[in-house]
Design a binder for this molecule. Structure first.
Ligand code: C5P
Length: 428
């Protein structure tokens, strides 16, 4: 069995909850990897998990007695369950069954593990594993969305062949990948809801942030247009969080149904050309530009002044000539002395390759890749997951609310570009 990279999880207190799925047989390997990376691991098993993996094996690899009952007097005397809930900086449930996820969503506490989940303020990380149909069931999907909305981190499930003989999403993410994902999860992040942010984080104080969000609308005639499914939610979440972190925020927004975030100045636009004009008008006072808008790549070459009517000549169809719209973010990135630029890439396949290509071609400092083929995230959803790429690195941000994603992205911008941001906006 491989061990994790030494030191990556040094000092971490991980409470590993194992529930009753066949993937539980992989958990001794998971414990070895977590410990190999430096974490202290305490294992708690559900009644179902004990059918799949032995406490003897888990005790041997974790170096601690395995906990499974609220009513174990000796174990409670050594470390009571509330103490255990406080000890953990991360509660990792792997594998998490549909039943366990349903109990967590309801806040039910009918065994030691679910009681601990209610009693802890540690980060909650859930690696689901179950039959593909159980995973796709609307009940499970709505439970998972609720957990993500409350700030839980979801890892997987992975797609592939299942123990039951079916194929699809439902496999537990491999132990090495779980271990790696934990290194990018902030252990101090309490699961208190979508706005569990640190009010003392003022790391964008004095920074002028310009964000584009939402779709653009490209007119065909006075009543018709070409647009896309962007809801604007991720861009608005970034504006909200940047303002919370002390930035002065201007949001250039295409048409959305969202309210103006508190403390944010919004400029409403419709077309890509309007959006570019609005962005250029703000550019000389911008330190950080984040292009989240789903800008239409093309617009109609000749917009009709009057509504296009069905006539004998158009009865069999019409052809619209489209011309290419300006690339707003590439224009910003090419501006001499311009701001730090962060783009978004919504991709359905070969995501990393396409996103890195865009980072280089458009001359960006950073790009956030969104896998829009994943039905649980993207467009209108309240949850999202990203891979952030920059010139010589990349980092996964696991599935969370769009607010938590925004916070992680902005923290990464501060971490990587703080010297450049501070030079542009010297503190008085
Ligand atoms: O090329 P693609 O549309 O996939 O690039 C996405 C990124 O580029 C996003 O950050 C988006 O806001 C920005 N973009 C832009 N102007 C365009 C097209 C995309 O600013 N015309």
């Amino acid at each position: 069995m491989d061990q994790g990279t030494p030191g990556e999880l040094a000092g971490r207190h991980i409470l590993l909850g194992i529930t009753g799925g066949i993937a539980a047989y992989k958990t001794p390997d998971l414990v070895r990897k977590l410990r190999g990376a430096g974490a202290d691991v305490c294992v708690v098993t559900s009644a179902g998990a004990q059918q799949f993996v032995s406490s003897t094996a888990l005790q041997a690899v974790s170096g601690r007695a395995v906990r499974h009952s609220l009513w174990d007097e000796a174990a409670e005397a050594a470390m009571g369950h509330i103490e255990l809930a406080r000890w953990a900086d991360t509660v990792l449930i792997a594998p998490a069954t549909a039943n366990c996820i349903a109990k967590l969503a309801r806040g039910q506490a009918d065994d030691l593990l679910t009681t601990l989940c209610l009693a802890t303020t540690a980060a909650l990380v859930v690696a689901p594993a179950m039959n593909v149909r159980m995973w796709q069931h609307p009940a499970t999907q709505s439970n998972v969305a609720l957990l993500a909305e409350r700030g839980a981190h979801l890892l997987g499930p992975a797609e592939g062949e299942q123990a039951c003989g079916e194929y699809g999403p439902g496999r537990m993410v491999e132990p090495a990948d779980i271990c790696k994902a934990l290194t990018s999860i902030d252990p101090g992040q309490a699961v208190l809801g979508p706005h569990a942010t640190d009010p003392a984080d003022n790391s964008l104080a004095g920074v002028n942030v310009l964000i584009t969000a939402g779709p653009t609308r490209e007119p065909i005639d006075p009543v018709r247009y070409i647009s896309n499914r962007s809801s604007g939610k991720q861009g608005y979440a970034l504006a909200t969080e940047a303002a919370r972190m002390g930035a002065t925020v201007t949001l250039v927004s295409g048409p959305t149904a969202l309210p103006v975030p508190p403390g944010v100045k919004r400029i409403d636009v419709l077309s890509a050309q309007d959006m570019l004009t609005a962005v250029e008008s703000q550019l000389d006072q911008t330190d950080l530009f984040i292009g989240v808008a789903a800008v239409a790549d093309y617009r109609v070459a000749a917009v009709a002044n009057e509504k296009i009517k069905k006539t004998a000549s158009t009865r069999d169809g019409i052809t619209l000539d489209l011309v290419t719209n300006p690339d707003i973010i590439a224009t910003v990135a090419a501006t001499a002395g311009g701001p730090i630029t962060v783009g978004f890439a919504a991709e359905t396949h070969k995501g990393l390759e396409h996103a890195r290509g865009k980072l280089e071609r458009k001359g960006l400092d950073m790009i956030a890749l969104n896998d829009v083929s994943d039905q649980r995230i993207g467009f209108s959803s309240d949850a999202n997951a990203l891979t952030i790429l920059w010139s010589d690195g990349e980092q996964q941000v696991p599935m969370q609310t769009k607010a938590a994603i925004a916070r992680s992205l902005l923290s990464k911008v501060v971490e990587l570009f703080n010297p450049r941001l501070s030079v542009r906006s010297p503190t008085p």
